[in-house]
Write a protein that binds this ligand. Structure first.
Ligand code: DAH
Length: 339
């Protein structure tokens, strides 16, 4: 009687060598599949004498059952090992320190721009943002800065074409507002402006906040009152303003506005260069020609306007010595302005 011990021995050895599920399925094909070694044993039935057929059949079946059991044990073993390996690979070390995510903060220019807008919004101003690419008409001509007028040289313009330019100031926002709206007008135009100029206190790109009020009976006193309020809120309650005569083509009269030095209180220090005063902005009564250029009758209406450099206010307020600081993206510098 055949006990298939040779086949069983070989089977036992081969299954030992199986290491993963891929090899296991190959092994199954080879031994337990339809054309496998164990199925092959049944084919030998033909040559078995009839009286031995039942016991031969049983013996083959016993081998099959024995082989399947071994196979299942191996299968379970491999499955567990592979699962373990997967767990190892996907393991998360919960004791590992997490990546630090520092909360972002606003750029100092953005902080001060918003503070400035908030002060004027409290006086009823609305905000309008004009285009950074302007034409000669809006940036110069209709603001009464005529062609060949020497005042054009006050601003070193980046020209794009014969007519188009990067706006040199936010004042064209005045023209755009008056084209769009009828008085009463009370608008702020914040935005980037561009000039070919670069040193400790100048950058080819910087920001301004333009203000325009047009209504019946508006005078220079309204400008001074608003600016008094503005500087008290930005630099402190005891800050005072001083208007000095100046010249801008789009205002008549024009003024330059100084604030009493908030560092020394007016006694004179290095910030105010010993004068007790610091220049912060330009402004004036809107030139009649500008109103006329926008179809507003200067007999009926008058206006005031001002332009403030946002970087300048920020440098003064935080004691920042160099314009370059704003654009270096140095995190140590920027993180000082966390709210
Ligand atoms: N646009 C001027 C400049 O950039 C600043 C300015 C002065 C704006 C007087 C005004 C103003 O609205 O009335 O130098």
């Amino acid at each position: 009687m055949k006990d298939f011990s040779e086949i069983k021995e070989q089977y036992k050895q081969k299954i030992e060598d199986v290491l993963d599920s891929e090899q296991l399925s190959e092994f199954w094909q080879k031994y337990l599949g339809k054309t496998g070694v164990i199925s092959g044993l049944m084919k030998e039935m033909k040559s078995v004498p009839p009286e031995e057929k039942p016991s031969f059949g049983k013996a083959v079946n016993d081998v099959r059952v024995w082989a399947q059991e071994l196979y299942q044990t191996k299968q379970a073993e491999i499955k567990e090992r592979e699962l373990e390996r997967r767990y190892e690979k996907e393991a998360v070390d919960v004791t590992m320190p997490a990546l630090r995510r520092a909360p972002a903060n606003l750029h100092p220019i953005s902080i001060i721009r918003q503070e400035m807008i908030d002060v004027f919004a409290g006086m009823g101003f609305e905000v309008y943002e004009g285009p950074e690419i302007e034409d000669d008409d809006h940036n110069f001509t209709r603001l009464n800065v005529l062609k060949d007028h020497p005042s054009r040289d006050m601003q070193d313009t980046f020209w794009l074409t014969e007519d188009l330019l990067l706006r040199t100031h936010t004042s064209p926002g005045q023209i755009r507002t008056m084209d769009r709206e009828k008085p009463p007008i009370k608008v702020l135009v914040p935005g980037k402006v561009f000039r070919s100029d670069s040193d400790a206190t100048h950058s080819p790109m910087f920001s301004q906040l333009e203000g325009l009020v047009v209504d019946k009976g508006i005078t220079l006193c309204d400008l001074q009152g608003m600016l008094d309020q503005f500087v008290r809120q930005i630099f402190g309650e005891s800050t005072k303003t001083r208007l000095r005569p100046s010249y801008f083509p789009f205002t008549e009269p024009s003024v330059e506005v100084d604030v009493s030095c908030f560092e020394c209180g007016g006694k004179g220090c290095s910030l105010c260069k010993g004068t007790g005063w610091i220049e912060v902005l330009g402004g004036g009564v809107v030139n009649n020609k500008v109103l006329e250029n926008c179809g507003i009758d200067p007999e009926e209406y008058s206006g005031i306007a001002f332009g403030i450099g946002i970087e300048r206010i920020t440098m003064l307020k935080y004691g920042i010595p160099h314009m370059g600081k704003f654009f270096e993206n140095n995190r140590d510098f920027l993180e000082q302005f966390k709210a």
